[in-house]
Design a protein around this ligand. Sequence first.
Ligand SMILES: Nc1nc2c(c(=O)[nH]1)N(C=O)[C@@H](CNc1ccc(C(=O)N[C@@H](CCC(=O)O)C(=O)O)cc1)CN2
Ligand SMILES: Nc1ncnc2c1ncn2[C@@H]1O[C@H](COP(=O)(O)OP(=O)(O)OP(=O)(O)O)[C@@H](O)[C@H]1O
Length: 179
Amino acid sequence: MKNYHKSDFRKSCIKRLEFTSLFLKYYKNKIIVRELKKFIQRSGSKNILLYIPLGIEVDVKPLIVSLRKSRNKSVYVPYMQGDSFKIVKYRLPLHKKKFGIKEPNNSFVNPAKVDLAIIPVVGVDALNKRIGYGKGMYDRFFDRLNYKPTMIFTQLILCKSEHVLSDCYDIQADYIITN
Ligand SMILES: Nc1nc2c(c(=O)[nH]1)N(C=O)[C@@H](CNc1ccc(C(=O)N[C@@H](CCC(=O)O)C(=O)O)cc1)CN2
Ligand SMILES: Nc1ncnc2c1ncn2[C@@H]1O[C@H](COP(=O)(O)OP(=O)(O)OP(=O)(O)O)[C@@H](O)[C@H]1O
């Protein structure tokens, strides 16, 4: 029953964002990226997990560009492997992979310890736990990591349920940055 609610909620969240005008998305995006930048500055995070955005997600590309200009910051992004992903340093060129996601080339360098993870969501439930695309990749990634970075969830228009829809393995936000 709960999983039925979760997938229904996921569908309605995606629909809502697909029907949001480009103008509104552009406007909200600018504000959110500014807030994310402020958070990073205040927290002094150095190794940051970001993502290469899909159309309905917060476009963090301007943030990645600006972080790459600071000498003491490293940006990591997911590199899908099996039922989860590992993380690799963001670097060009990017290649389109499964689910239309772009990724840098594989890397065999051990990543540094991430102090901040900025994670796109499809929605959140009443416990601020993430509803994603339903593949469980972020859940597995953090479950297999032997430490817990600060987690910021981000979304252009927050799709929040007033009910508990999540399962015990779903990741939970420390902060949510939206507009
Ligand atoms: N930007 C981004 N990168 C990410 C994730 C994510 O959620 N967002 N992931 C988080 O796990 C992993 C990839 N997992 C994914 C699993 C399924 C779908 C998916 O179902 N996509 C839709 C298309 C969405 C769109 O184009 O707007 C589809 O294929 O129908 C996407 C990513 C790693 N990288
Ligand atoms: N830590 C884990 N270990 C094993 N399986 C897991 C783990 N976390 C999640 N799963 C499995 O992943 C599947 C998808 O989970 P869920 O529906 O919660 O995805 P989601 O969080 O919405 O999506 P995603 O994280 O991919 O964006 C579930 O069938 C669940 O059993």
